[in-house]
Design a protein around this ligand. Structure first.
Ligand SMILES: Cc1cc2nc3c(=O)[nH]c(=O)nc-3n(C[C@H](O)[C@H](O)[C@H](O)COP(=O)(O)OP(=O)(O)OC[C@H]3O[C@@H](n4cnc5c(N)ncnc54)[C@H](O)[C@@H]3O)c2cc1C
Length: 447
């Protein structure tokens, strides 16, 4: 008989699924409750006419170790769902600011050094500035005693305006989803450190070639159910049942679902809504009240099948669009996904105007392309938490003042920006706390 605690997980995004998989792997009885009709949350499949696309392009790096490990656990062949390429950057521009940082197969840190030496579009001076910054990063000499903006940190460390604008800003906005003058240097340094200063393949890009649903949510659900757990979609958690300092279960409407442990793997706004009703969570809800959010916009344009950028991922300089992803690797030739991270003038444009604007930018960059045939815009207004200066200070831990209630989600104190890896790490952390507490209890009982 399974005597392990029953864990109820609210939220079927990547953090909730990660917690559920980790627990199911250790024979815990898991019930996962998701309000939507599908799993995946902010990283999910969307239907675009007869095509399966994603709600937004998701790029990872080799440093996503916990995610890659979990994919292995649920039986996903990583090479079939991700296209892996060594670190490289390629930008095209409407004002002739084309830049290329080529890949290198040398061991770290020489790979970066070589890529910069061979880079085009940067002056020798700019290359030296960038390499000096990387050396300071490697030696822990960035002198970051308190958090400041990424821009302020770069200026302080001798990066020129042009280098900041054309090299650092696209990396910052892509990674932290916030403008460089607002984004947290502390989080940026963590990302740079983990991607570039660990093993060489941590800086590889991993680009999804299957839709997001196929990569993790669907295989995770199958794994949870095959291991005795249950996944209920269309089940919105509306409240918590507390008895003193313990949570007894969650409500889905009038139905009380009893639990020995509860993990709230919800967007921070929703978690706060549930927690504020109980005084015991006051400190956490106050922290969550300070967390903002930022949007990400994706514009999919379908061109004739023969149209291609010639590369999976291409940066766009001097345009509203920031990156264009050629979906031919996903079996969708002629489909271009243009990404605009963070807030900006595009958020005030209606979809028709935005499509026309982006199509025009692509026409300037690729004058030989014919007109697009169809297009959609997906504006995710609450794509990520606001990763600004000092944002780490208000990010809550996975533990809460209620010892059997846990918080999972990309916004928790992982040190990472809002990413799939951050979400997965937080979910796994909750599961590991529960498993380790249970082991300690069993040891005490046996003494
Ligand atoms: C457009 C876009 C592009 C992105 N690009 C990247 C990228 O390139 N690389 C990267 O690593 N990350 C990227 N991210 C971030 C990444 O998607 C998120 O960090 C991650 O998906 C967050 O997972 P989560 O489980 O923490 O939260 P969520 O995905 O928000 O999961 C929460 C779940 O809870 C459910 N829910 C809400 N209320 C209730 C309730 N009351 N009861 C039950 N369930 C409820 C929601 O439906 C959702 O499924 C991107 C995000 C977006 C939106």
């Amino acid at each position: 008989m399974n005597t392990k605690p029953h864990v109820v997980i609210a939220g079927g995004g990547w953090s909730g699924l990660a917690a559920a998989v980790e627990l199911a792997q250790h024979d815990y009885k898991v019930t996962l409750l998701e309000s939507a009709k599908q799993l995946g949350g902010r990283a999910r499949r969307v239907l675009f006419n007869d095509m399966r696309v994603d709600n937004g392009l998701h790029i990872g790096v080799g440093a996503y170790t916990e995610l890659l490990h979990l994919l292995d656990v649920v039986g996903v062949d990583v090479d079939k769902v991700f296209h892996r390429i060594p670190f490289q950057m390629r930008y095209t521009s409407t004002k002739k600011n084309h830049m290329v940082i080529p890949p290198s197969s040398l061991p770290k840190p020489f790979n970066l050094l070589w890529s910069f030496i061979k880079a085009s579009g940067f002056s020798v001076r700019e290359k030296i500035q960038a390499l000096r910054f990387c050396a300071k990063l490697a030696l822990g000499k960035l002198d970051l005693q308190s958090d400041i903006s990424v821009q302020a940190m770069l200026i302080k460390n001798g990066q020129s305006t042009r280098l900041i604008h054309y090299f650092w800003e696209p990396i910052c906005i892509g990674a932290l989803n916030l403008a460089i003058h607002k984004a947290s240097a502390e989080v940026f340094v963590t990302v740079m450190h983990d991607s570039f200063l660990q093993t060489r393949d941590y800086s590889d890009f991993i680009i999804p070639i299957a839709d997001l649903g196929d990569i993790f949510p669907d295989p995770a659900m199958e794994y949870i159910e095959n291991n005795g757990g249950s996944v209920r979609m269309g089940s919105r958690v509306t409240g918590l049942e507390l008895d003193g300092e313990f949570v007894k279960g969650v409500y889905v409407g009038n139905e009380l679902i009893k639990a020995d442990e509860v993990i709230l793997a919800l967007p921070h706004i929703i978690s706060r809504r549930l927690l504020t009703r109980h005084e015991i969570f006051n400190s956490v809800s106050e922290q969550l009240a300070y967390m903002g959010q930022q949007p990400i916009t994706t514009i999919y344009l379908k061109y004739p099948d023969s149209v291609t950028t010639g590369t999976a991922m291409l940066g766009m300089h001097d345009t509203l669009g920031q990156w264009v992803f050629d979906r031919s690797l996903n079996g969708q030739p002629g489909v271009m996904a243009v990404v605009i991270s963070a807030d900006g003038p595009h958020m005030k444009m209606d979809n028709e105007k935005l499509i026309a604007h982006i199509a025009d930018e692509l026409k300037q960059l690729f004058p030989q392309w014919p007109e697009h045939e169809e297009a959609i815009v997906i504006k995710e207004k609450r794509a990520t938490f606001y990763c600004g200066v000092a944002s780490n200070e208000v990010r809550p831990d996975v533990e809460t003042p209620v010892e059997n209630c846990w918080l999972a989600g990309d916004y928790t104190a992982t040190g990472y920006p809002a990413t799939l890896e951050g979400a997965v790490r937080s979910g796994v952390a909750c599961a590991r706390h529960i498993i380790s507490n249970q082991m300690k209890e069993e040891l005490t009982e046996n003494e």
